[in-house]
Write a protein that binds this ligand. Structure first.
Ligand code: AMP
Length: 642
């Protein structure tokens, strides 16, 4: 097997030193920890070189590796129902595959995926048993998409993680001399009717032995004990991780979370709870709200009274300004490891403020479907981040897309896409510099020519492997955290909510939206222009509040989970604007060159002058009075959740 030979290669030749969520299982040395510790530095230097050589090798031979990956996937899957249905008949060559197997979306696969979720164990998509479902933040019909996965994929993810620190260490030496303070969390999981677990990919990873039984490695030495990461209660998890991070503050060399929004949430939590945290550090005790016995035990193994440190933290946190708080509390921090590409770029100014402009490092591009690639130049500016797709992870194809250029571009991204569907999809090594593509993958876990929904632009090459800037997620208009709300969903939610106005002889004439991240957590803002008939009675505030809640109830489960469980999204706000505001918006668009015939009010705005224009005409604003309903799992599984 190709992966097996890769793993053998890695075991023999390099130590899989890893980044924030990376396991070392693929290089797990046979030697016990103590033996490994005594010679770890030489192993690691060697390992780093081998990891870099490995990257050189697979990127130099990208096309051959891709051919081999596709051949391996197709020969393993020769007898699966899906490929038989399409008449592939066990053939493994690229051209036949492309001629016979269609390019699909999740909706096309949903009937097959539902069968798997309902307990059909026959080889429908993949010849290997489905080990669990990964619940994507992308949604279908308002529910998270379910991605079937196989045990072996954990190792493939581990392999990619293992390449991150060797890359990073080329640019920032000495990272093995201290710790990483990473805020990592698990999320709730559910059971499918067929009895398989359904959970987010990172929850699956942190709960696997790849993470929790990783042997000691200077590059996976974190301030957070595993028990604090694995605690299902988000308050206790965050509190204990911050406490351990503060307590070990001078040892911390890098800080991070998966997404920028998660890291900022941790800082906000600190702003609220630093007095309690300082009290625990001063006395060497743990606040009574931390009740999880395994968390208590793990933290108490680390914590001892340290009044001097508590005084220092208290003095810093009680200063008026929190500018540079990260550098002040963790003075040896060299960079912040968080994703700030895509919609997360909205958090860059806040991170710059809290860190006095420390480097923001985006290491990796991945999804529930498959992990894809890494950033080989991690200290570059966020706007220059390019991910090199690793040819070993899956078989890639690229659907060329052209974004419609024009006025809407300056309002909001993403904009609509013109797809050249009838044009052949392009292979990894054939993409063109500067061209944008939608990513299409064929994976070991049983996705064939699957449209991921991400738009990428080619900005360079590492040997023969292209490097991509993440442009946007197709159709998504609003996102604060993991949520991805598209235009249709927003339209339906707004339409239903606006019906509340009808009994007051009022109606919604125009609307747009804005992801407001100036508040922490960020929240969705809707700008509504309404028309009142002459007979309209004054509309009570409670009606608009009901409208806010009604929109939230209609949004997808990832949004509602963010509101209810993760508290990563604040209450939705409706801002009522003066009548004529949307005409002003159109005037502005026309003054910027938009065509009057083609003009449509944008359903989402980002461009600062437009947001200012809207805000200058707000006459009233209302917030959602409570959280929308959310329960783990899918609507249709309500009897089988755990
Ligand atoms: P999920 O399946 O919920 O893990 O979400 C995966 C999606 O998150 C990808 O398809 C991208 O849209 C987005 N994503 C993942 N990594 C990055 C990254 N480094 N930069 C921007 N967006 C990302």
């Amino acid at each position: 097997m190709f992966l097996a030979s890769l793993l053998q290669f890695s075991r023999k030749t390099f130590c899989l030193a890893s980044s924030h969520c990376m396991p070392v299982s693929v290089t797990m040395p046979e030697a016990p920890v103590s033996e490994r510790g005594c010679c770890s530095s030489s192993i690691i230097i060697d390992g780093e070189n081998k990891a870099l050589e490995f990257i050189e090798e697979v990127t130099s031979n990208a096309d051959a590796v891709q051919k081999r990956v596709l051949g391996e996937i197709l020969s393993r899957s020769a007898s699966v129902e899906y490929l038989q249905r399409h008449g592939l008949n066990g053939q493994i060559d690229r051209q036949t595959f492309k001629n016979v197997v269609p390019v699909v979306t999740y909706e096309d696969l949903k009937p097959d995926i539902d069968r798997l979720a309902n307990g059909d164990t026959s080889p429908i998509l993949c010849s290997q048993p489905i080990s669990e479902f990964l619940t994507s933040s992308g949604t279908s019909g308002g529910e998270r998409k379910l991605m079937p996965t196989i045990e072996e994929e954990l190792e493939r993810r581990s392999l990619l993680y293992s390449l991150l620190m060797p890359v990073m260490s080329q640019f920032v030496p000495g990272l093995d001399k201290g710790k990483g303070m990473y805020f990592l969390f698990i999320k709730s999981e559910a059971k499918t009717p067929g009895g398989l677990v359904a959970r987010p990919v990172l929850t699956s990873f942190y709960k696997s032995s790849h993470f929790s039984n990783r042997p000691y490695d200077p590059y996976t030495n974190y301030t957070s004990p595993n028990e604090t990461v694995l605690c299902p209660d988000s308050y206790q998890s965050m509190y204990s991780q911050l406490l351990c991070g503060l307590y070990q503050n001078t040892e911390v060399l890098r800080v991070g979370a998966v997404f920028a929004s998660g890291f900022i949430r941790a800082i906000k939590f600190l702003e609220k709870h630093w007095l309690l945290l300082c009290n625990d550090i001063r006395t060497g005790t743990l606040d009574h709200k931390i009740t999880d016995p395994s968390v208590r035990e793990a933290v108490m193994k680390i914590l001892e009274p340290n009044p001097k440190l508590a005084d220092f933290i208290e003095a810093e946190c009680s200063k008026d300004s929190w500018r540079g708080i990260i550098n002040r509390l963790w003075p040896n921090t060299k960079y912040i490891d968080v994703i700030v590409t895509g919609t997360m770029s909205q958090y860059i100014p806040t991170l710059d403020y809290y860190s006095n402009g420390l480097p923001l490092v985006c290491t990796m591009y991945a999804s529930s479907e498959c992990y894809f690639g890494l950033n080989l130049n991690p200290l570059c500016k966020p706007s220059e981040v390019a991910y090199t797709l690793m040819p070993i992870m899956c078989y890639y194809e690229f659907l060329p897309v052209n974004r419609k250029n024009g006025f809407t571009d300056s309002f909001a991204k993403p904009v609509s896409l013109e797809e050249k569907e009838n044009q052949d999809l392009v292979d990894l090594v054939d993409v063109k510099l500067g061209q944008e593509y939608e990513l299409v993958v064929t994976t070991y876990a049983g996705l064939y020519r699957y449209r991921v929904g991400d738009i990428l632009r080619v900005v360079g090459f590492k040997n023969k492997a292209p490097q991509f800037k993440f442009v946007c997620r197709k159709n998504v208009v609003l996102s604060i955290d993991a949520d991805k709300t598209d235009e249709d969903e927003l339209q339906n939610a707004v339409k239903n909510a606006a019906d509340h106005l009808l009994s007051f002889d009022a109606s919604l004439t125009e609307y747009t939206s804005y992801a407001d991240t100036s508040t922490i957590p960020g929240h969705y803002v809707l700008y509504w222009e309404i028309s009142l008939s002459g007979r309209a009675a004054a509309i009570p505030p409670s009606v608009f509040e009901d409208c806010c809640l009604s929109v939230e109830e209609a949004l997808n489960s990832v949004y509602r989970q963010g509101r209810v469980s993760d508290k990563s999204i604040g209450p939705l706000e409706i801002k009522i604007v003066e009548s004529g505001t949307f005409d002003r918006l159109m005037d502005y668009a026309l003054s910027q060159g938009a065509s009057i015939n083609q003009y449509k009010a944008p359903r989402c705005v980002k461009y600062a002058p437009i947001v200012e224009l809207l805000n200058s005409r707000v006459v009233a604003n209302y917030f959602s009075p409570k959280c929308p309903k959310w329960v783990p799992g899918h609507k249709q599984w309500c009897t089988s959740q755990n």
